[in-house]
Design a protein around this ligand. Structure first.
Ligand SMILES: Nc1nc2c(ncn2[C@@H]2O[C@H](COP(=O)(O)OP(=O)(O)OP(=O)(O)O)[C@@H](O)[C@H]2O)c(=O)[nH]1
Ligand SMILES: [Mg+2]
Length: 322
């Protein structure tokens, strides 16, 4: 690395370690844009800090941001420093998400113990971008006690969030079909806790009963955890304190059963996979000729992949690199 970059890196790292919030903001921007300086900083900071990472997912408009806003209050009451990542899926029907999140969590902007950042999840095929996890690692290194990651549950992202967070909260509403959706998409298995939000609307009790029956049939979780269900009205704050206690109980469960380390390993695995995916995509974009040969039947996809990844032609069993 060039001399100038090294001193820039040292300067940024020093300010970051001093707790300068502008250094954090700068680092996040660097990481989000994939700038090498961001990666270099992250490498130095990795493993510093240990936050309770809570993933909050659910269908668009379920009240995730409103609920997060309330959960921040609960965390602050307990003296925790809180970081929030709101992942905008960049999809047409949540186009206003970033502005919405700002408005819904605005009251915290004067609070130096709270940092809120919206991120675009572009680049990860509708999933949680590797850059999001990098941002999460930065927040953790900055010394936040608790980090909330809000993602809209469309497609892959709720499965991804469960791999990245220690605790995954699925937000449902009495809206018709919400619970059914959850069963269908298999997100039942990834949620550690459920919030049935908008409990002020009709149908909440029914959803709770449906969830209970479904959970009785679902396989036991590591350490014997049984996902609890919390009725909430995020709009007024009703039920949020109990929900926060539930998050805390799950964290204690992870500690008591030595499960935190497995979560951290899964997060690392997710990060490595994200990098491999991104490299693979980049390689493929640059390899028009090889792709054309596959299209013409001159190469098999496996042969092409091996060539692009720089693996020996004979390696593996024909189904993948070994
Ligand atoms: N009736 C009622 N409305 C609520 C409740 N919680 C949130 N809302 C409203 O639901 C709408 C969506 O809330 P958000 O918090 O933005 O939902 P979200 O899940 O973050 O939405 P996206 O990030 O766009 O997916 C807003 O108009 C909220 O005021 C609740 O408990 N009851
Ligand atoms: Mg939101």
């Amino acid at each position: 690395m060039a001399e100038v970059a090294e001193s820039t890196l040292q300067d940024l790292e020093a300010r970051f370690q001093e707790g300068d919030i502008r250094a954090l903001a700068r680092a996040l921007t660097l990481v989000e844009s994939g700038h090498p300086l961001g990666q270099a900083l992250l490498k130095r900071l990795r493993g510093k800090g240990q936050a309770k990472v809570v993933g909050i997912t659910g269908s668009p408009g379920a009240g995730k941001s409103t609920l997060t806003d309330r959960l921040i209050l609960e965390a602050r009451k307990r003296g925790e420093k809180v970081g929030v990542l709101a992942v905008d899926p960049s999809s047409p029907f949540t186009g206003g998400a970033i502005l919405g999140d700002r408005i819904r969590m605005m009251r915290h902007h004067q609070d130096p113990g709270v940092y809120i950042r919206s991120l675009a999840s572009r680049g990860a095929l509708g999933g949680l971008a590797g850059a999001t996890v990098a941002a999460l690692n930065l927040l953790e290194a900055f010394g936040f006690d608790r980090i909330f990651v809000e993602t809209v549950g469309v497609g892959q992202s709720e499965v991804d969030i469960a791999r990245v967070a220690d605790t995954t909260l699925l937000v449902l509403t009495p809206a018709a079909g919400d619970a059914v959706q959850a069963f269908k998409a298999g997100v039942m298995e990834i949620a550690d806790l459920f919030a049935v939000n908008k409990f002020d609307l009709p149908g909440g009790e029914r959803i709770v009963q449906e969830l209970k029956s479904a959970l009785e049939l679902s396989p036991p979780r590591p350490g014997g955890w049984r996902p609890p269900i919390f009725p909430t009205v995020a709009a007024t704050g009703e039920g949020v304190e109990a929900l926060f206690e539930g998050l805390e109980a799950h964290h204690q469960h992870l500690l008591a059963h030595n499960l935190l380390e497995a979560h951290r390993k899964e997060r690392a695995r997710f990060e490595v996979e994200s990098v491999i995916q991104e490299w693979g995509r980049r390689r493929t974009r640059e390899a028009e000729e090889v792709i054309a040969q596959v299209a013409q039947g001159l190469l098999s996809p496996e042969e092409a992949a091996k060539a692009l990844l720089g693996l020996r032609p004979g390696s593996g069993n024909g189904e993948g690199p070994s």
